[in-house]
Write a new protein. Structure first.
Length: 192
C-alpha cells in the first residue's frame, strides 16, 4: 500500500512569533527536518516550504543585519530540505508588514490540490486568510491539517481544517539544538 503524500507549508512569520512567545525563537538552532518528520507522521513528505517576506536592504545598519540574518536562515532551511517562497516587506509608519506571503501559500495549496501533488496539506499557520483555499482543497478531497500552538490556537482554523494538532512548548523543545559556546559568544560586558 502506498503511503499518503504530504506537503508541509510553514508561514514563517507566524511560526517565528509563536515560537518567540515560548522563548524558542532561535530559528538557526531549530531542527526543521525532524520537525517535518514529526508532523508528517507516517506520511511521505513530498514538499516542505517556508514562506517569508523578503528583506531588501536599504543601506541602514539595522536593515542590513536583518537582511544578513534572513540569508543565513534561508541557507539553513535548505540544509533541512526545505524550500522557501518569498513575499516582500512593505514599510509603513516605520513598521514592516509582510505582503504576498498568504497569497503564495494559498496558490501552492491550490496547485497541489488541482495537480494532485499530495493527499494531505499540513499547514503550519494560524492565518485565517487561508480559509478559502482550505475550503477548496477540502472540497477536492484533500485532507488539510492545521498545526497550531496550544498557547494561541486559531479556533477558526480548528473549525475549518480536516484535522488539527496543537503543539506546546514541551513538544517543540526537542527541536531546539543547544548552541555551542565559543569564546566570541561569551559577553565580556559587566551587567549593570
Amino acid at each position: 500500500m502506498k503511503k499518503p503524500r504530504s506537503i508541509i507549508l510553514v508561514d514563517g512569520s507566524n511560526f517565528y512569533f509563536k515560537l518567540k512567545d515560548l522563548d524558542l525563537h532561535h530559528l538557526l538552532t531549530f531542527d526543521f527536518f525532524s520537525f517535518a518528520k514529526l508532523i508528517a507522521g507516517k506520511h511521505q513528505i513530498t514538499q516542505c516550504t517556508y514562506y517569508v517576506g523578503a528583506i531588501r536592504t536599504d543601506g541602514t545598519t539595522h536593515v542590513q543585519r536583518m537582511f544578513t540574518a534572513q540569508r543565513k536562515l534561508l541557507a539553513y532551511l535548505k540544509k533541512h530540505k526545505f524550500t522557501y517562497s518569498l513575499g516582500y516587506l512593505l514599510k509603513t509608519n516605520n513598521r514592516y508588514h509582510e505582503k504576498g506571503v498568504d497569497v503564495n501559500i494559498a496558490v501552492d495549496m491550490l496547485v497541489a490540490t488541482y495537480e494532485d501533488l499530495c493527499d494531505r496539506i499540513i499547514l503550519v499557520s494560524s492565518d485565517t486568510d487561508l480559509l478559502p483555499a482550505i475550503k477548496k482543497a477540502k472540497e477536492k478531497g484533500k485532507t488539510v491539517q492545521y498545526i497550531g500552538f496550544s498557547h494561541q490556537p486559531s479556533l477558526a482554523m480548528i473549525a475549518n481544517c480536516t484535522e488539527s494538532r496543537l503543539l506546546g512548548k514541551e513538544d517543540l523543545l526537542p527541536f531546539i539544538k543547544a548552541k555551542k559556546i565559543t569564546p566570541s559568544s561569551i559577553s565580556t560586558k559587566t551587567p549593570r
